[in-house]
Design a protein around this ligand. Structure first.
Ligand SMILES: [Mn+2]
Length: 332
């Protein structure tokens, strides 16, 4: 009965809780139906989950930027656990000590990278196409699926899945149920629990309300669009940085910065609206290595935790970097 002595919970996936993460989890559960899945909001949160899991023999980390604290933990664990890092953004820096554990496939979603890593199965292709669409990756797979199903269908299904998890962003049990259903290869609209939440978010007009709230609160400073929440956390109806990025685009900004201030520590999320500008992963990593609690990320998407009294300095340093960078480009 050896095969029953250790169940498949021996295998653990740590990924994000957005559409890309939910589809990544579906691909994973299609192969390991009873495996453990953890959804996290940042590489820091992912590091915490991994630090508490010494027992899984195999751990997959998908769509998490390799921040310094995560690197240190993987270095520590690599001899006792089999660890795979699957990502779809070229990292700001890839440490040599864990390079061999990383599978980075740029130009596609994390779900696309997962799909390629595990034996690709046809019934998951439409879901991978949805993830590619959400991540703005124009892949061959997406084009092929758009020809088969129609781009409008993929867009609609992507919206249904995206709205559904935003109904309650804390609800990881929903994410797990949703991804186990999707592991069978059905559309999000065919899963009752996904469809119901989508309809409620739609009926409550949460997306337009989130946009209005961002529009009222943002500060536009040249190419930087900043939204700062002081003390009491104001809700963006589940749409968070997505709503901020949308408003930043309307104002033709190049960067979006969201700051959630708490008493002692604040969290910062940054997004670049185009590639080739300032490397946000590097900026947050450098800032937090001096002042912060932790942070880092991809060139176009990064986050940090910093002491609240240093949020003005953080913004100041970023804006100084932006102006230096702009001046440099004008000289070219
Ligand atoms: Mn992703």
């Amino acid at each position: 009965m050896g095969s029953f002595s250790r169940d498949k919970r021996d295998v653990h996936l740590i990924t994000r809780g957005n559409v890309d993460g939910i589809v990544s989890a579906a691909i994973f559960l299609d192969i390991f139906p009873t495996a453990r899945v953890s959804f996290v909001t940042s590489p820091t949160a992912g590091t915490k989950i991994l630090s508490k899991d010494e027992h899984s023999s195999k751990v997959f980390l998908a769509d998490l930027a390799i921040v310094p604290e995560l690197t240190r933990l993987i270095e520590e664990r690599r001899n006792s656990q089999e660890i795979h890092v699957i990502d779809h953004h070229q990292p700001s820096s890839l440490p040599k000590t864990i390079e061999d554990l990383c599978l980075i496939t740029s130009g596609m979603s994390a779900a696309g990278a997962m799909h390629r890593h595990f034996a690709p199965k046809d019934h998951m292709k439409k879901l991978v196409a949805i993830a590619d669409l959400m991540e703005f990756c124009d892949t061959e797979l997406l084009q092929e699926q758009a020809e088969t199903h129609g781009l409008w269908r993929l867009e609609e299904e992507a919206k249904i899945l995206d709205y559904s998890w935003r109904f309650n962003i804390e609800d990881d049990i929903f994410r797990l149920h949703a991804s186990s259903h999707l592991a069978r290869g059905c559309w999000p609209s065919e899963v009752g629990l996904i469809k119901r939440r989508y309809l409620q978010v739609l009926n409550e007009k949460r997306w337009p309300r989130a946009l209005a709230r961002v529009e009222n609160g943002v500060r536009i400073d040249g190419p930087v669009c900043i939204l700062e929440f002081k003390e009491k956390r104001r809700s963006l109806h589940g749409f968070g940085t997505r709503a901020l990025v949308e408003v930043a685009k309307e104002h033709r900004c190049s960067y979006a910065v969201m700051i959630n201030e708490r008493q002692e520590h604040s969290s910062v999320s940054m997004r670049a609206l185009s590639i080739g500008g300032i490397d946000l992963g590097r900026f947050t990593e450098e800032f937090t290595s001096i002042h912060g609690l932790g942070g880092g990320g991809h060139p176009t998407s990064a986050g940090a935790r910093i002491p609240t009294e240093l949020t003005p300095l953080f913004v100041e340093e970023f804006q100084a970097l932006v102006s230096r960078n702009d001046a440099l480009h004008r000289m070219e």
